[in-house]
Design a protein around this ligand. Sequence first.
Ligand SMILES: NC(=O)c1ccc[n+]([C@@H]2O[C@H](COP(=O)([O-])OP(=O)(O)OC[C@H]3O[C@@H](n4cnc5c(N)ncnc54)[C@H](OP(=O)(O)O)[C@@H]3O)[C@@H](O)[C@H]2O)c1
Length: 249
Amino acid sequence: MTEVPSPSTPDYTALEFSAAPAERPYVISNMVSSVDGKATIESTERGLGSDTDRRLMRELRVHADVVLTGAGTLRASGTSSRLGDPALEALRTSRGKRERPIAAVLSASGELPLDRAFFTARDFDAVVYLSDHAPRAAFEALLGTGRRVVMVPHDDALPTMLRHMREELDCTLLLLEGGPTLLGQFVAARYLDECFVTIGPVIVGGDRRVRSPVETADAPTVDDVTRLELLAVTPNAATSELYLRYRVI
Ligand SMILES: NC(=O)c1ccc[n+]([C@@H]2O[C@H](COP(=O)([O-])OP(=O)(O)OC[C@H]3O[C@@H](n4cnc5c(N)ncnc54)[C@H](OP(=O)(O)O)[C@@H]3O)[C@@H](O)[C@H]2O)c1
């Protein structure tokens, strides 16, 4: 049996990425999964990843111009684009980027928790992408928080949002931080370029109500699945986690 090498953590601050296409940002995702492919315990991701995993999440943010989550994740866990370490912020500014990425959320309903840091904090910029089917009152309540609200067509949200990020926010690298519904849409639309996955040393079990990292509406066929090429794998003996980086073929 091969032993896991001594504790080893990748340096995500040193990553390099391909250039963005002209019409949208280069899109990467980051999720933590249990060994049995589950993305939540008791409806949040808490308990799946270690402090090292959370550090790597913040290191990935060093590269991002925008950090996007779906509204479900904002409601379940709250979201921000903070780096939590002045050294990481200094690294960004030394590379010509603003101190913190722009945080963004996508919502159809507009039912968002306005008391969360995403809306109340002023140490990072944030944008709400809101379906044009959302009630007017929700739109006005969101505007009232002082955050930018960008309307997107209900049936064509992703391309419009990505174009806006590229053209109006100067975003060349978009980091998706979940959840499963949002990731499923990016995968189905073939907008995902790379994914980072941490496998946490836990078996969650449960039935189909327990979420997996990527969910789409349909049951895919063999021809539909998204094939990946492994770019890097780092086992960490101290946390028993695996850090994986894949490129979409
Ligand atoms: N393991 C991990 O790494 C990880 C990471 C992130 C989240 N999570 C977990 O995942 C769960 C949340 O995931 P989720 O799948 O329920 O939610 P989600 O993917 O975060 O957000 C889904 C919501 O985003 C909005 N949305 C998605 N696509 C849209 C489109 N094309 N147009 C307009 N709005 C769109 C809708 O918002 P409205 O409902 O407002 O209309 C939709 O209900 C939480 O339990 C969270 O803890 C786990």
